[in-house]
Design a protein around this ligand. Structure first.
Ligand SMILES: [Zn+2]
Ligand SMILES: [Zn+2]
Length: 193
């Protein structure tokens, strides 16, 4: 009996130690990243009574189209430059097929160059861990739900160039599938000419 009690105490002690050292975001139910101020974003634990939070500096990704540049933080979606008021497409993350520690974040910037621009929408795809951009190995397959009123084409921004993306579109489900190479990317949806 004494041995069983000792075993239980040891297990309880180990569990307590595991909790005390569980400081990473994986052991909490974290909120989305939100812009705070001064170029920092924050995520907080949503569990009752837990005040764990993480703060990290914003990153920047940009897209230049016809001489205008739009810049935003791909983690919290905060716009550093650009109006981002017009919404002509709705882009949302549906699924992805890579699973290292952390999250794939898709942030949409609506129409960053105004309603007259051919850019219907811009969105970023990054891999995030503890509020900072991380990397994944190889290619990742990404599924997005996309709701656009007009015909569109998808481009990835690479060294300020717009590179056309091969993608499959399921019109009935409004799901777009494409490969994302390792890295942090801004994508734009252009109205078909
Ligand atoms: Zn927590
Ligand atoms: Zn940010």
């Amino acid at each position: 009996m004494r041995r069983i009690t000792a075993l239980f105490l040891t297990i309880a002690l180990l569990l307590a130690l595991a909790c005390a050292f569980a400081e990473g975001p994986e052991s909490h139910y974290m909120s989305k990243w939100r812009y705070r101020r001064d170029g920092f974003h924050r995520a907080t634990c949503l569990d009752d009574g837990c005040d764990f939070q993480l703060n990290a500096p914003c990153a920047q990704l940009s897209v230049t189209y016809e001489g205008e540049t739009f810049t935003a933080c791909p983690v919290c979606g905060h716009n550093a430059i650009g109006n981002g008021r017009h919404r002509r497409c709705l882009v949302q993350l549906y699924d992805y097929d890579t699973s290292p520690t952390g999250d794939v974040l898709v942030n949409q910037y609506r129409s960053p160059f105004g309603s007259d621009s051919d850019v219907a929408s811009a969105f970023s795809v990054v891999f995030e861990h503890a509020g900072q951009i991380s990397v994944f190995e190889g290619n990742m397959r990404l599924w997005l739900t996309i709701d656009c009123p007009a015909q569109y084409e998808l481009f990835r921004v690479e060294n300020d160039e717009l590179v056309p993306c091969e993608s499959e579109y399921d019109a009935a489900k409004k799901i777009l599938t494409f490969e994302v190479p390792s890295g942090s990317w801004m994508y734009v949806i252009l109205k078909k000419a």
